[in-house]
Design a protein around this ligand. Structure first.
Ligand SMILES: Nc1nc2c(ncn2[C@@H]2O[C@H](COP(=O)(O)OP(=O)(O)OP(=O)(O)O)[C@@H](O)[C@H]2O)c(=O)[nH]1
Ligand SMILES: [Mg+2]
Length: 454
């Protein structure tokens, strides 16, 4: 019999209420021993999903007046009998109730143990369980929506669908293995090739969407770069809507990296403002510039700020040429131009936006361009079920590799039992995503990242 577990589900500290969660076969007994319901008659009906007012006591000592939610198996979150005790806020009251539950036979829950039980009891798969953590930690509306859509099972369905198709391929191969190689009709080979290609198309689509999903979940590492004094820190401040970085008309104002995150068009940008790139004899400034160059290599998006009334410099060309596919050029200080035709020419070496921090010009275009890049034109929709979790993506990559290997083996005329090895591997990898086939150590690893009480 599983232990009965208890934990605070709300964060410690003073609050209007705290919620404790109790789950397991003894949960009902513990509550019976500690709870005096106000409406005894209704309580004794054992109705599911009810809230009940009463006193919580440890033997003769009354600890608090509480509201108890009763959620009985199998329809509760964990699939076991669950009671949620809403007590008055304040860590002292909650601690006393927690201790009373322990005295009466519960034990402290490990981090994520409620969700782990939900998984083991088939209430959630791993995609949904990991969506729970993402939902709790999401910081933009888009990432919350993505986590919620994963929680509701849309993504799991797509993965299960792929798994079903791989199972069909395996069944087809295994039926073929029963016959000597020569008897296998070439028609069968063609059918098999079609079947494998169909699974590959599915995994390709899911992988394409996962690039967007990962950015929605983790944000886009965005480095603001340019020569001194072009308005990089002004841009950072404008995006953040606060005077975060020092702005002056003295070149070389920013010397160290400044990191902040902000949502632009629903996409979380992990912004890095950097020291302006130039030749410098100042040691501190030189070290700052070195950091700027390093930041460019890891950036997922580079906002190259250039000045409208200056021609492009060698350094700016260098950045454009080296990182062309991740650079977006903002031609700042357009307000200084008398004649807009004089805008610097950058010869189509990337996308550029006429910009002015002072006039708040170009911000909408910037937002649109970022969204366009993240959503890969419109080939990925924000409503698609997207993979976003690194673990899940890496399992899908491995599944995709195994499928490609199977296709190659087939085309090279390998015997079918060799093919079945590749397909079995693909099946193992796709099963890991939802948790159809996982090792205990992976589960421990996943659920230990949850908070206590979840
Ligand atoms: N006219 C005009 N001036 C601007 C604009 N944006 C910024 N500036 C001014 O340009 C000067 C430099 O701005 P910063 O934001 O400090 O420039 P920076 O690129 O961070 O400079 P460093 O940190 O020295 O590399 C300041 O005086 C700003 O007020 C703009 O859109 N138009
Ligand atoms: Mg600056």
């Amino acid at each position: 019999m599983e232990d009965t577990i208890v934990a605070m589900a709300t964060a410690m500290g003073e609050a209007s209420i705290h919620i404790l969660r109790l789950s397991g076969s003894k949960a009902g007994n513990i509550i019976e021993e500690c709870f005096d319901p106000q409406n005894k008659e209704r309580w004794s009906l054992h109705e599911n999903f009810t809230l009940n007012l009463g006193l919580f006591r440890d033997k003769d000592r009354i600890l608090d007046e509480v509201l108890i939610g009763r959620m009985l198996k199998p329809s509760s979150y964990t699939g076991e009998d669950v009671y949620e005790i809403n007590c008055h806020g304040g860590p002292f009251v909650a601690q006393r109730i927690l201790q009373a539950c322990i005295h009466h036979g519960a034990r402290f829950a490990e981090p994520g143990e409620f969700s782990k039980r939900a998984f083991l009891n088939g209430k959630l798969d791993l995609v949904q369980a990991e969506a729970v953590i993402d939902l709790i930690s999401s910081r933009t509306e888009t990432s919350a929506n993505l986590a919620l859509s994963q929680l509701s099972g849309g993504l799991s369905d797509s993965i299960l669908n792929l798994r079903e198709e791989i199972l069909e391929v395996l069944a087809f191969i295994e039926a073929g293995i029963d016959f000597p190689e020569d008897d296998v009709e070439s028609l069968d080979r063609e059918t098999l090739e079609l079947m494998i290609n169909k699974t590959l198309n599915k995994s390709k689509l899911l992988l394409a969407g996962s690039k967007t999903g990962k950015i929605i979940r983790d944000g886009l590492l965005t480095v603001i770069v340019g020569q001194p004094n072009v308005g990089k820190s002004s841009l950072l401040n404008a995006l953040l809507n606060e005077e975060r970085a020092i702005v002056t008309d003295i070149p070389g104002t920013t010397r160290d990296e400044i990191r902040e995150s902000v949502s632009v068009g629903g996409i979380l940008l992990q912004l890095v403002d950097t020291a302006g790139i130039c030749e410098s004899n100042d040691l501190v400034e030189r070290l700052g510039i070195e950091r700027t160059w390093n930041a460019l290599t890891t950036a997922e998006l580079i906002l190259l700020v250039v000045q409208a009334n200056h021609p492009l410099t060698e350094v700016e060309y260098q950045i454009l040429n080296t990182y062309s596919d991740k650079v977006l050029v903002l031609i700042n200080k357009m307000d200084l131009l008398e004649d807009e035709q004089k805008v610097v020419s950058i010869n189509d070496r990337g996308f550029w936006i006429p910009f002015s921090v002072f006039q708040r010009r170009g911000f909408i275009e910037l937002e649109e361009e970022i969204r366009k890049r993240v959503y890969q034109g419109e080939s990925v929709l924000s409503t698609d079920p997207l993979l976003s979790n690194v673990r899940q993506i890496s399992s899908l990559v491995n599944c995709d590799k195994a499928l490609k290997q199977a296709l190659k083996s087939l085309q090279q005329g390998m015997p079918w039992d060799i093919l079945s090895i590749d397909i079995r591997q693909a099946l193992q990898f796709v099963s890991e995503i939802t948790g159809h086939n996982v090792q205990e150590s992976l589960l421990e690893d996943i659920f230990s990242r949850f908070c206590i009480g979840k």
